[in-house]
Ligand binder design. Sequence first.
Ligand SMILES: [Zn+2]
Length: 212
Amino acid sequence: MDLKKIGDFILAERKKKNYTQKQLADILNVSDRTISKWECGKGFPEVSLLQPLCKALEISVNELLAGERLDKESYMKKAEQKMVHLVEEKKENRTKLILIFLMGLISIVSFVTLIVAVNTYTEVISNQAKGILVFIACAVFTVGLLALMEGGHTFGYYKCLHCEETFVPGFINYTVAINIVALRMMRCPRCGKWRWCLKVLTRKERDENEGT
Ligand SMILES: [Zn+2]
């Protein structure tokens, strides 16, 4: 709670109502020093005074706590910002997903190409060159596989199908997990048990679906 902001807000709203500190104090049955303390951000009205104070200033308790007028417009703006953020997060995750797929694809294609090359030109290539090529193929494949695992781990979230908890799995939890396409058997942080978890692109996806 920002006492300074709330104090400034009380002061501004009191002035709007053309009350002196003394007049407002009389309405609330407190001393004008108390009002002064609130307005300087050195104190906050006790619970029993919240309603009378808000009534006198014609503000809501929510507005008092926020230290600002919460008009419909600013409320809408906040909701809008949240939506924009959500859409951006989703887009970003899709881009990552595509990149991860491409990396996986490239590593598999390089691997297969090199192996095929070694077997096709078996007469032309020396044994030593073959060894090097197979080594390169395996290295490319391993790097691709690691990138795939690491990438899969860093983007999006997993949702526990048992309790609906959405979480980012730790690397070990993710790597050792049995998985079938977008489903992964992982230890759910909320249940504390091994559960089937579904890959989701945003943390809020579940709320969004419930909302519509
Ligand atoms: Zn769970």
